[in-house]
Design a protein around this ligand. Structure first.
Ligand code: GLC
Length: 559
């Protein structure tokens, strides 16, 4: 049986959508989104064509990192609902053909988690070794600190016991000692719990830290093998649920990412975000030059058949540009976030795509057309489908996590609470709900929402895109990216013009059978006959994308 036809590896051709329960839909008028509100909106996601919903953390939390500082791995933040609401959400989603994956944050706990409260009581506490302690303060290099605006070290003195604990993120997020078998057991228990409640997998937070043995000068490495442990986790999860997916947050260079996919048969993570491709996409956009993205696509390591890239344009964090050189980063800052208030940690922008592109619909659509045409699994961050903007008045990374804008009414239909009680203020003016909302766009066939829905539909009609290898074609127009997705004999030629000027590109597709045509599957233009030499000239308007199926006479018979 062909894997691509069984759905066993469903993540290879899924459409992912990341949402935060707190900012999606409030059902009880307290100004805070909740699980019941999210459940009411599943119809919307199904209509859009989403097939997998990724929920950001909704667990009990100390509230110091928007839910990424958990105080109980087995519960639901009472502001957002109950476990009963969660089960109803998962069940309703399934009935609409949507899987649910949840954020799994076990590199660290909150410092208010009962384990850490106990651990800091004494050096002999039974939970002491759940965390990483050093009797002296190890030196920290600046590069190790993830949030340099708040922290200057990854070690914090615990007054009572006089030792330092490790925290890669905020000091309120002590790192768990994953080399400790007792912690590994807790990790398994937690994964098993959520699988039992119906989730289809996990988005694993901070993978390079989670699967690492944390040592410090003078500590004794314990013979912990992170790759082996990742494989153990994968084995555990697939024993519990055969087709569970592990989508990892691994912002590392490609060769290191490759290791996290596991060995030749892909026994590590199933999916990873393509952080490198994403960053070079922005450099390409800033320059109007396809070169940086081309080099990323050519460097992407080939994957085994079950592994997959998650393609994304924006997420809930800052748009990180940490893999670009300082000069390149400056170019992107100058183009898309020149004001220091838009920048964060010296490495990223706390903005969403449409505002960075000055609201230019042509460029916004170009970017999504490109993302959906790349081999991999497209992953949207809520609101991208309507062109939601950020609110820079909101602090730090939270600027891009404002409440969803459902309609033009009060609070954009997010909540019936008085505006001042909203969990976060929505943007005002041109980016406010009167101008940017889902209800209006769902009525309008020419809207961004309708365009994104069409992209999703085409992607789902052609699951081969997710299974493809990519080949970037050489030609002489620097602004244009021309790539071919190839899955056995199936081929899609995608051409995207990152520049403002119309372009004529001459491409060589290699010889094709007599009678082969190029069929436009986005705009529905007439078929273009292809010379058997495979050489073809294609005209692309500025800031436009085209998706062209290469159809041989044999395929035309049933296309
Ligand atoms: C990941 C999350 C981020 C969070 C951090 C710590 O990077 O994406 O939002 O702050 O992990 O959990």
């Amino acid at each position: 049986m062909r894997l691509s036809q069984t759905g066993d590896v469903w993540w290879k051709s899924a459409v992912f959508y990341c949402a935060d329960v707190e900012t999606f839909q409030d059902s009880d008028g307290d100004g805070i989104g909740d699980l019941r509100g999210m459940t009411e909106r599943l119809e919307y996601l199904a209509d859009l064509g989403v097939t997998c919903l990724w929920l950001m953390p909704f667990y009990p939390t100390a509230g110091r990192d928007d839910g990424y500082d958990i105080t109980d791995f087995f519960g639901v933040d009472p502001r957002l609902g109950t476990l009963g609401d969660f089960v109803e959400l998962v069940r309703t989603a399934r009935s609409r053909g949507i899987r649910v994956i949840v954020d799994f944050v076990m590199n660290h706990t909150s410092d208010r988690h009962p384990w850490f409260r106990s651990a800091r009581r004494s050096v002999d506490d039974p939970y002491r070794r759940h965390y990483v302690w050093s009797p002296t303060k190890p030196r920290t290099s600046k590069a190790e600190v993830v949030f340099p605006d708040q922290e200057d070290s990854i070690w914090e003195l615990d007054d009572k016991t006089g030792e330092y604990y490790l925290h890669h993120f905020y000091k309120t997020q002590p790192d768990l000692n994953v080399a400790n078998p007792a912690v590994q057991e807790e990790i398994a228990r937690t994964l098993g719990f959520w699988l039992e409640l119906g989730v289809s997998g996990f988005r694993i937070d901070a993978v390079p830290f989670l699967f690492a043995e944390d040592t410090y000068p003078g500590s004794e490495p314990g013979g912990f093998d992170p790759q082996r442990y990742l494989k153990d986790v994968r084995d555990f999860v697939t024993r519990r649920l055969g087709d569970a997916a592990l989508l990892g947050e691994v912002n590392l260079p490609y060769p290191q990412q490759k290791e996290f996919f596991g060995g030749a048969d892909g026994d590590g993570l199933n999916m990873q975000f393509d952080f490198n491709g994403m960053q070079r996409l922005y450099l390409s956009l800033a320059r109007g030059d396809a070169g940086p993205l081309t080099s990323a696509l050519r460097e992407r390591p080939p994957l085994d058949v079950t592994s997959q890239w998650a393609n994304f344009v924006r997420n809930h964090d800052e748009l990180t540009l940490d893999k670009l050189s300082i000069a390149e980063r400056k170019e992107v800052f100058a183009a898309f976030g020149p004001d220091p208030g838009m920048q964060l940690y010296g490495r990223g922008l706390r903005r969403r795509l449409p505002t960075m592109l000055g609201g230019d619909q042509r460029r916004i659509r170009l970017v999504y057309s490109l993302m959906f045409s790349l081999p991999g699994t497209p992953t949207l961050f809520y609101g991208e489908e309507i062109g939601l903007g950020e609110n820079l008045d909101v602090e730090g990374r939270l600027a891009v996590r404002t409440p969803m804008q459902w309609d033009a009414g009060a609070n954009g239909g997010f909540s019936t609470a008085p505006r001042r009680r909203l969990t976060r203020p929505q943007p005002a003016g041109l980016w406010g709900p009167e101008h940017v909302n889902a209800a209006d766009q769902r009525q309008d066939p020419g809207s961004l929402w309708s365009f994104v829905r069409t992209l999703i539909r085409r992607y789902r009609q052609m699951p081969q895109i997710g299974w493809s290898d990519v080949e970037v074609l050489d030609h002489d127009v620097p602004a244009v990216l021309a790539h071919v997705c190839r899955c056995e004999d199936w081929r899609l030629l995608a051409i995207h013009n990152l520049g403002a000027d119309d372009a004529l590109v001459t491409l060589d597709l290699g010889t094709v059978p007599e009678g082969t045509v190029l069929r436009d599957v986005l705009d529905g233009r007439d078929d273009q006959p292809l010379d058997p030499s495979g050489r073809v000239e294609v005209r692309v308007d500025g800031y436009r994308g085209q998706w062209l199926r290469v159809l041989t006479p044999g395929e035309l018979a049933y296309a």
